[in-house]
Each structure stands twice: as structure tokens, then as C-alpha cells.
Design a protein around this ligand. Structure first.
Ligand SMILES: Nc1nc2c(c(=O)[nH]1)N[C@H]1C(S)=C(S)[C@@H](COP(=O)(O)OP(=O)(O)OC[C@H]3O[C@@H](n4cnc5c(=O)[nH]c(N)nc54)[C@H](O)[C@@H]3O)O[C@H]1N2
Ligand SMILES: Nc1nc2c(c(=O)[nH]1)N[C@H]1C(S)=C(S)[C@@H](COP(=O)(O)OP(=O)(O)OC[C@H]3O[C@@H](n4cnc5c(=O)[nH]c(N)nc54)[C@H](O)[C@@H]3O)O[C@H]1N2
Ligand code: SF4
Ligand SMILES: [Mo]
Length: 746
């Protein structure tokens, strides 16, 4: 029987109140229970959790992108509790509130567990339940019609990173479309472009041994990225100095020194820091001479970027900037200039991100203890033999290519460019069918009214999701995937200092009739094969099981599937990282010169400024800049509808500085209107000195349009409704913080 989670006593025997108490006790949202962390860092065994009933099955969390090792307590086929797995090298026993609330994702009464076909108008919320057979025939029919009329390139496949995403991409490729839109330009594409051009890759950070850690908006204590949150705590315990640059005092900033920077001026700060390091002769001469190129040009370039000038731009006093540079130089090379993750901030982000490795290089803070370093790679999993090659495909419809975006990752697409191309009708050909897998585009791309208009141009939209997300709600059909707790996924192995192979496996039977992505593609493939002759029949491509796939991954490793199923992970012998190979010249950077490039030849060759040039910020009088980010207990717009998580934080607020609130006669807790050039929302005010007066903050994930999300519907407001659709000029990464809004008293 499907338990009724809305009752005070949940199927797990843990009440909503009980969950909240537990979260408070373990520091909900903290990276992990403190006790486990301390024990883990000493290599001690932690006594078993008091929740010791039932069978304990090890697996891998999927409530966010981190993939923590988990242990699932199952009694009579019901999942009662999720704990962290203390043996996991990356996460060492930690689970956050979201990870524990995976139980409630499983038993969510709003989950979609049967295929649903739209019967009313798009978005009206009228659906009927369909059998899988009908769902496959229906979807195949629509795809077949689109291919018949526009060719396979008339299909857009969009998806977000997950272990299974490879199947979805392969399916699109075998159908013959080149049009994919993946995660990068929603999130971190500009950071990657900046770092790749400067030093060939994005480095990891030895936060545990660093003496000085400089972070730009990277909110590790709330926006989890394991093991960095854990390492940051260890680093602070070891006495590291933490300086956080953010217009908002995040939990991370509260652990160190908070410098409330004027938003969009970070590059003024990094350029001025470089100015002081060079002019005061505090930089690492040996490192610069042996491992970098373009120093003399950099020196001339930063001469004009004085601390006094940067004070005018950033609002950070010149004396603070000078002190920072001197302290960093004194701590060098044990300094981490943290790369950050989400760089969907501004239209000049790739250039700003370039200044981070440049600053790092001046400090010689690379490839040594307490600094940044390149990981030694992952465990080498065997690759599955797809046997048949995908067919030749047309060029992308949207010009996201070598010619127009020379430094972008073309296969992943660029969302802002793609959507404009569709709306302006400027594509090389029409795109009329949209297949979505695990992506909530309507929530995750700025200016959602535009995304709705893009949806209107589509003949067919199919969403493969687990719930009626904002995007799925606008689809023509929703195909329900099994939850991560119900399915076997491909194996995964992290890039990090500790290598291991982890498994995600079913801990309970699927709810309703949900199917795995592989089963969905197999069903859809068979229905398509009946309709048209593909160069490679889809049935022949997807003629394997997940077990076959995993066995192929394990081919070259001294471990078998059964052992992994039992243990949940495998840690190979011979861990360890050899530092110093880049410093001594044995290893070359993957840049045109093989060195860290202050002057980027790649940028120069492609017509971009080879040295980062600061553009003054233009503000709008009387308006505030809107910025976004996360709370520790939610993932994107994914789990605000989770009953347990929603109980922690039922609705979001707009953060307003007390001086602004006073000017506008707004009290804490009162509802206000936030208006931008593209939309307006009604939202509760949170009046707090934790934010600058020229900035307001709205956490993402509320204000759903989906009445199918019954816990969330009607609560809070959506930041993406307000955001204008700007993008970084080099990577096309969306730029979410370029919008100015007006706060209006109601
Ligand atoms: N305004 C604003 N926009 C943002 C951000 C922000 O902070 N503010 N952050 C940006 C960033 S950094 C990112 S990475 C993107 C993320 O944007 P998305 O990738 O779109 O968001 P996700 O939450 O990862 O995934 C969304 C969908 O996957 C579904 N899902 C979850 N698990 C499964 C599963 O096992 N199977 C299937 N089939 N579906 C599943 C969820 O129900 C949800 O509908 O958003 C970006 N957009
Ligand atoms: N709990 C939780 N953890 C997550 C995720 C999640 O959804 N929930 N998502 C994961 C993903 S996909 C990602 S990409 C990461 C994102 O993690 P982060 O990269 O840390 O990104 P955000 O949390 O969005 O935080 C961005 C911060 O930048 C600040 N900021 C805004 N404008 C400026 C500016 O001009 N200058 C400076 N210096 N700061 C500014 C904002 O105030 C905010 O605090 O988190 C990952 N971890
Ligand atoms: S950080 Fe939390 S939600 Fe993310 S994988 Fe780990 S336990 Fe799961
Ligand atoms: Mo992200």
C-alpha cells in the first residue's frame, strides 16, 4: 500500500516535526553531522546511527549534484531513513537535509508514477493517465511526424547532468539531431572558458591546508560541493583565514571576513590585487618566470588599476585591498583563490574568471600544499561499446558553432542563443519538437515569459521527469522516470583527491509504473522502429541492460558487480597525489604555450581582449540589482515541493537592506512587489543588514506555475520571472545578475 505521507506519522515512522528536530540536532543544511565529520577526519569509526532497523542498502544520493554516499534503511520494503555512509571518501558520512528528505521524494503524493497525456490547453493542468503502450505510441507518432516534416534536426534534446544522461544524448544522436541543450550554459560555462584559456583546466583546491582562502560569491556552506564544504571547515579549524566577497552575507561569509562588494565589480578587485602584488614586488618571481607567459604585458596592463581606483568601483577601501594583497603574499603559496562554480552572473564573466587563475599564478599558489592543484584524474572505467555509429547529422540550427562562439562548447548548446534563435525565426531550419530529460528549463533559464513563448512555437513537448515540474506542467506528455532510490544507474567515479567507484542501486521497488530512462528509450525506440526505417534500428542500439552497461564499465577493474552491490563502492589501492610536476616543468598546461597565460593567445586569436579589461558598471538610479542563489535545504527548483523540505522553509523572501526598507517604509515580513523590465512578483520582505542597499536577493525555486506541485503552489515568487535574458558574450552562459528591479510597497 502506498503510505500517506501527509499524515503526521510518515511511512518512515518519522513525523514532519520529528524530521525538523532531527535536522536541528544535526545542523540541517550543514555538510554533515558534526560528530561524524570530526570522527571521519580522525579516521575513527562512528557508532551506528540510532536508526538501526531494517536492511541497510548502500547507494548514491541524487537529491543534488554531489552524489554523496548514502545508506538506506529499508523495513518490509518501505524506506524509513537515509543516512550518510561514513566509508565514503568524498562525503565521509555526511548527508544534508535534502539527502535525508529523499525519503519524502520517494513517497511524495505529487510524484508522477504513470504516463500522463495532456487533454486541456498547454499549462491548463488537465491530464489523463495513459498506459505505457499508449504513451510510447503517442510519443513515437509525434516524433515521427516531426521527422517526416522537418527531418530529425527538427528535434531539440535538452537535459541536465546525470549518470543516465548519456542514454538520452545517444538517443538524440541516433535519431540524427545535432540540437542539444545541456547544463553548462545554465551554470558554469563562463568559468570553464576563462580557466581553460588561462591554464587549460579548472583546478581543485587544497582547502584543508590553505592559510588564506579567497572566495568570490562561492557559497560553499549553503551551496554544497563535496568535499569542499567539509575541507573548508577543516581548513578553518586549521587556522586558515577566509575572506568572502559577496554583496550578501552568506553563511560562508559568516565563517570568515565578509567584504560586501558592489555587485559586478569583482574584476576591479582582482585587477587591483594584481596591481599591488606587482607594484610592491610581492609576487612569486620564480613561479612567474618558469610557469607563465605575458608577465610584462600584464604589468603594464594593471598599472592603471590602483587600489584607490578599485575602491571607487567596488566600495572596498583601498587600504583593505592593499592589506589583502600583502596578507595573501605572506601566506603564499598556501593560498586558495577559489574558482567557484556557478558563474551565470554577468555578461563579462569569462573575462572575470580569467583573473582568478592569474591572481593565483602571481602568488605561485598552484601545484603545492595548501594551494590550487590539478587532480590526478579518475578511476578509468571501461567504456560501453555502442557497436553502431550514429548517422551523419546536419549542422546545429542556431549557429552555436566555431564561427559565432569560437571558444564555447558547441555540443552542449547555449540556451539564451538557442531560445532567441527560435523566437526570432533566424534558425537555419525550424525546430518543432522538444524532448526534455531531467531539466526544468522554465525555472532554470532567465526570463521565463520568453521560455513560455518558445514553448508555444513547439508542435510537441515531452518531459521525462519524476514530478510535475514547472516545465513538465507545460508539456504534452510526461513520462515518469523511477527515482534514484528505485533504479540501477551507470557507475560513477569522481574527479578528486580520493578515487573511488560508486554505485546507485534500487533500495525499494518502483512506485506505480515508473520506468528507468533506459526502459523508456527502449519502449520509445521500438515504437519508432515500427514507423520508419532508421539507418540503425533503435532496438539494435538500446538492446542491452543496465547490468550489461555496468559490466562493461568494470571490464578493466579488479572488482565485480556483485561486490559493488554489496559494498556500495570500491576504493582502489594506490591513492595519492603527486604535486610539483607543473612547477618543475615536467607537466605542461593545456594552453597554446603550455604555460599559464596572463595574455591569452586563444582569446587574442578569436578576437577577444587578450588581457581582461574592466568595464565600468552602469546602474539604474532608484533601482536595486537582483541577485540569486541557494539555501542549503533546496536544490535549484527541484525540491521546494518536498513536504519535509518545504516545512523547513515554506516560501522565499526578497532580502532588503534596512536603510532601503526605511526609505520605502517597508517592514520585515510585509509583502512587497518586485518589478523588473520583464516581469513582476509579489513576495515577502526579509529586512536584513546582511545585504547591500543597492542589491536585493531572491533565492531560486519558488513561485511555481504547476498546480500539480500541491505543497509549493501559491507560495513565494520566481526570480526567473524577473530576470532579463542576458548572457556572457564569449560562452553564452546566461547572466542572471544583470537585472535591476524596483521594490514597491503594496
Ligand atoms: N534564477 C535562477 N536560475 C538558475 C539558477 C539560480 O540560482 N537562479 N541556477 C542555475 C544553475 S547553477 C543550474 S545547474 C541550473 C539547474 O537547472 P536544471 O537542470 O533545470 O535543474 P535541476 O533541478 O537539476 O533539474 C530539474 C528537473 O529534474 C527533475 N528530476 C530530478 N531527479 C530526477 C530523476 O531522477 N529523473 C528525472 N527524469 N528527472 C529528475 C526535477 O524534478 C526537475 O524538474 O539552473 C540554473 N538556473
Ligand atoms: N544546497 C544546494 N547546494 C547546491 C546546489 C543547490 O541547488 N542547492 N546546486 C549546485 C550547483 S549546480 C551549483 S552551480 C552550485 C552553486 O554554488 P555557488 O557557485 O556558490 O553559487 P550560488 O549559491 O548561486 O551563490 C552565488 C553567490 O554569489 C553572490 N553574488 C551575486 N552577485 C555577485 C557579485 O557581483 N559578486 C560576488 N562576489 N558575488 C556575487 C550571491 O549573493 C550568492 O551568494 O551549488 C551546488 N550545490
Ligand atoms: S549534498 Fe545533500 S542532496 Fe546533495 S548529494 Fe549530498 S546528501 Fe544528497
Ligand atoms: Mo549549477
Amino acid at each position: 500500500m502506498k503510505p500517506d505521507p501527509r499524515k503526521q506519522e510518515t511511512p518512515t515512522g518519522l513525523s514532519r516535526r520529528g524530521f525538523l528536530t532531527l535536522c536541528a540536532a544535526t545542523g540541517a543544511g550543514a555538510a554533515m553531522p558534526w560528530r561524524s565529520f570530526k570522527a571521519a577526519s580522525r579516521g575513527l569509526k562512528v557508532p551506528a546511527h540510532s536508526w538501526s532497523r531494517g536492511e541497510v542498502i548502500p547507494s548514491t544520493c541524487n537529491m543534488c549534484v554531489n552524489r554523496c554516499g548514502i545508506k538506506c534503511h529499508v523495513v518490509d520494503g518501505v524506506l524509513e531513513k537515509i543516512d550518510g555512509d561514513i566509508r565514503n571518501p568524498k562525503t565521509a558520512g555526511g548527508t544534508c537535509a535534502k539527502g535525508q528528505a529523499g525519503v519524502m521524494a520517494l513517497y511524495d503524493p505529487d510524484r508522477i508514477t504513470h504516463p500522463m497525456i495532456r487533454v486541456g490547453a498547454r499549462g491548463e493542468g488537465k491530464w489523463r493517465r495513459a498506459s505505457w503502450e499508449e504513451a510510447f505510441e503517442y510519443t513515437a507518432d509525434k516524433i515521427d511526424k516531426i521527422i517526416g516534416k522537418y527531418g530529425p534536426e527538427g528535434l531539440l534534446f535538452s537535459s541536465c547532468t546525470d549518470l543516465t544522461e548519456v542514454f538520452f544524448i545517444k538517443f538524440g544522436k541516433y535519431l540524427g539531431t545535432p540540437n542539444f541543450a545541456r547544463h553548462a550554459t545554465l551554470c558554469l560555462a563562463s568559468r570553464n572558458v576563462g580557466y581553460f584559456a588561462t591554464m587549460g583546466s579548472v583546478p581543485d583546491a587544497d582547502l584543508v591546508n590553505a592559510k588564506y582562502i579567497l572566495m568570490f560569491g562561492a557559497n560553499r556552506m549553503e551551496s554544497f560541493e563535496l568535499p569542499h564544504n567539509r575541507d573548508l571547515i577543516a581548513g578553518l579549524q586549521n587556522g586558515a583565514r577566509l575572506v568572502v566577497i559577496d554583496p550578501r552575507m552568506t553563511v560562508t561569509a559568516s565563517k570568515g571576513e565578509w567584504l560586501p562588494i558592489r555587485p559586478r565589480t569583482d574584476m576591479a578587485l582582482t585587477l587591483a590585487l594584481m596591481h599591488v602584488l606587482i607594484m610592491e614586488d610581492l609576487y612569486d618571481r620564480d613561479f612567474v618566470a618558469s610557469v607563465t607567459t605575458g608577465f610584462e604585458e600584464l604589468k603594464a596592463h594593471v598599472a592603471r588599476y590602483t587600489p584607490e581606483w578599485a575602491q571607487q568601483e567596488t566600495g572596498i577601501p583601498a587600504r583593505t585591498i592593499i592589506k589583502m594583497a600583502r596578507e595573501m603574499a605572506a601566506a603564499a603559496p598556501a593560498v586558495v583563490v577559489y574558482p567557484g562554480r556557478r558563474s551565470s552572473w554577468y555578461t563579462n564573466d569569462a573575462q572575470f574568471r580569467r583573473t582568478l587563475p592569474m591572481l593565483m599564478a602571481l602568488l605561485g599558489a598552484f601545484d603545492t600544499r595548501g594551494a590550487s592543484f590539478f587532480n590526478a584524474g579518475k578511476v578509468k572505467l571501461g567504456s560501453f561499446d555502442w557497436e553502431l555509429e550514429p548517422v551523419e547529422v546536419a549542422p546545429r540550427f542556431d549557429g552555436f558553432d566555431e564561427e559565432n562562439f569560437p571558444l564555447a562548447h558547441h555540443e552542449d548548446g547555449g540556451y539564451i542563443n538557442l531560445r532567441d534563435t527560435i523566437l526570432n525565426g533566424t534558425g537555419k531550419y525550424p525546430v518543432k519538437g522538444w524532448m526534455l530529460y531531467k531539466q526544468n528549463t522554465l525555472a532554470s533559464v532567465a526570463d521565463s515569459a520568453k521560455t513560455l513563448r518558445m514553448m508555444e512555437t513547439m508542435d510537441f513537448i515531452c518531459a521525462i521527469d519524476i514530478q510535475p515540474s514547472q516545465t513538465a506542467w507545460m508539456a504534452d506528455i510526461i513520462l515518469p522516470e523511477t527515482l534514484y532510490l528505485e533504479r540501477l544507474d551507470p557507475l560513477w567515479t569522481p574527479a578528486g583527491t580520493t578515487k573511488y567507484v560508486g554505485i546507485r542501486q534500487p533500495v525499494v521497488k518502483p512506485q506505480g509504473e515508473a520506468k528507468t530512462l533506459l526502459e523508456i528509450l527502449q519502449g520509445l525506440g521500438a515504437a519508432l522502429d515500427k514507423r520508419r526505417e532508421f539507418e540503425t534500428p533503435l532496438a539494435d542500439v538500446f538492446n542491452f541492460t543496465m547490468e550489461d552497461y555496468i559490466d562493461a564499465q568494470l571490464k578493466k577493474l579488479p572488482i565485480d558487480r556483485a561486490t559493488l552491490v554489496k559494498d556500495g563502492m570500491w576504493i582502489p589501492p594506490g591513492q595519492g597525489l603527486k604535486l610539483g610536476e607543473y612547477r618543475n616543468g615536467n607537466q605542461k598546461f593545456k594552453t597554446p604555450s603550455g604555460k599559464i597565460e596572463f595574455v591569452s593567445e586563444r582569446f587574442r586569436r578569436n578576437g577577444y581582449d587578450p588581457l581582461p579589461v574592466y568595464e565600468p558598471v552602469v546602474e539604474e538610479p532608484g533601482k536595486q540589482r537582483l541577485v540569486t542563489g541557494r539555501y542549503a535545504w533546496f536544490t535549484h527548483a527541484s525540491n521546494q515541493n518536498n513536504i519535509w523540505l518545504n516545512a523547513i522553509h515554506p516560501e522565499n523572501e526578497v532580502w532588503i537592506n534596512p536603510d532601503l526598507a526605511e526609505e520605502k517604509d517597508i517592514e520585515d515580513g510585509e509583502y512587497v512587489k518586485v518589478r523588473s523590465p520583464v516581469g513582476e512578483v509579489r513576495i515577502k520582505a526579509y529586512v536584513t543588514p546582511r545585504i547591500r542597499k543597492d542589491t536585493v536577493f531572491i533565492t531560486h525555486g519558488f513561485g511555481t506555475n504547476s498546480a500539480g506541485q500541491t505543497t509549493l503552489y501559491g507560495k513565494g515568487a520566481a526570480d526567473q520571472v524577473l530576470m532579463e535574458d542576458r548572457a556572457d558574450t564569449i560562452s553564452n552562459n546566461q547572466a542572471l545578475h544583470e537585472t535591476f528591479v524596483e521594490i514597491v510597497k503594496l
